[in-house]
Design a protein around this ligand. Structure first.
Ligand SMILES: C[S@@+](CC[C@H](N)C(=O)[O-])C[C@H]1O[C@@H](n2cnc3c(N)ncnc32)[C@H](O)[C@@H]1O
Length: 302
């Protein structure tokens, strides 16, 4: 049996509760009437989130985590579509297609933070660049970067469960030769990447920001995601030697494009994608997210 968090939010608070759970690193969230069930990468993380939220933990049949798969839909973005690896989907030749199975880790493509960075990658392809993906989860961003022409992608995650999942997704999309996946700490990864992708919760940005900034070459770029409105100002100081080039937002989640001082900007990633200029009010940290474009009740994996 698996351990899941059971949280009674009350009717009407399920979506906000789900955002809270994703923000704390949940890998799957199921919404019911005033009730949420969520799984986390480890039992310890499940118990910690439950204790902090005043929720309970309970045992469930492991099959519940796969229930969402039967109705998972392709995630469509301008120029990119992410298809669930277990589904046959007819695609036109005009778009980049990624086939992804997130297994038990984060990164199906449905979460706004993932979509935000996928959109930036599609708009400013990292052709020929050396890319670092911090917190790779399913490897979705690393695979997208490689498919979009990155010369080399280093994909790291603290969760050992992410390594085989990301490797399998790289192989499934025929880019395993250019995507290296490991649990190497960001502090040990080395410092000459052209572009660093960081989709993490605010607290983890604050923890790893200095090391992620050190891993970018002078003039290189960092694309950050995983923040809720108002959180950027708490995270900005965690990235020393980097200046904010643009803020970006999608469906109530906020990201930032940073440039490291010195050197020249990389081609592609050096430009500010127009997607990054969307919804300035949403991105300005006023704490007023726009109406969500959420599907209704769902059980899902991020
Ligand atoms: C929000 S998920 C992002 C997954 C994927 N990159 C995406 O965009 O969908 C964050 C990932 O970061 C990992 N993570 C958390 N803390 C980390 C750290 N200090 N260093 C590297 N990875 C970390 C988690 O295990 C999780 O897989």
């Amino acid at each position: 049996m698996d351990l899941v968090l059971h949280w009674s939010t009350g009717p009407g608070a399920e979506e906000l509760g789900a955002d809270e759970l994703w923000g704390r690193g949940a890998t799957a969230v199921q919404l019911g009437d005033g009730v949420l069930l969520a799984s986390f990468p480890t039992e310890a993380a499940t118990r910690q989130a439950a204790s902090e939220l005043g929720a309970t933990v309970e045992e469930v049949d492991p099959a519940w985590q796969d229930a969402w798969k039967s109705f998972a839909e392709p995630v469509e973005l301008p120029g990119v579509v992410v298809t669930p690896a277990w589904r046959e989907v007819e695609l036109g030749a005009d778009r980049l297609s990624l086939s992804i199975d997130p297994g038990p880790v984060f990164g199906s493509g449905s979460h706004p933070s993932t979509r935000l960075l996928l959109g930036l990658l599609a708009e400013s392809p990292p052709s020929g660049l050396d890319v670092l993906d911090v917190g790779t989860g399913s490897g979705i961003l690393a695979v997208a970067a490689a498919l979009l022409g990155a010369a080399r992608v280093t994909a790291i995650d603290v969760d050992p469960a992410a390594v085989p999942v990301a490797r399998a997704n790289a192989a499934r999309n025929r880019v395993a030769g250019r995507v290296e996946v490991s649990t190497t700490a960001v502090s040990e990864v080395g410092g000459d990447h052209d572009l660093v992708l960081v989709n993490l919760t605010a607290g983890v940005h604050a923890e790893v920001g200095a090391d992620a900034a050190a891993a970018v070459r002078p003039g290189g770029r960092l694309w950050l995601a995983g923040l809720l409105p108002g959180q950027w100002r708490h995270v900005a100081g965690a990235y020393p030697g980097c200046k904010l080039v643009a803020e970006t937002a999608l469906d109530g989640w906020v990201g930032a494009i940073l440039a490291k001082a010195g050197g020249v900007a990389p081609t592609g990633a050096g430009s500010v994608p127009t997607a990054a200029r969307r919804s300035p009010r949403e991105a300005d940290g006023t704490g007023r997210p726009p109406a969500r474009s959420r599907r209704g009740r769902r059980s899902g994996s991020a």
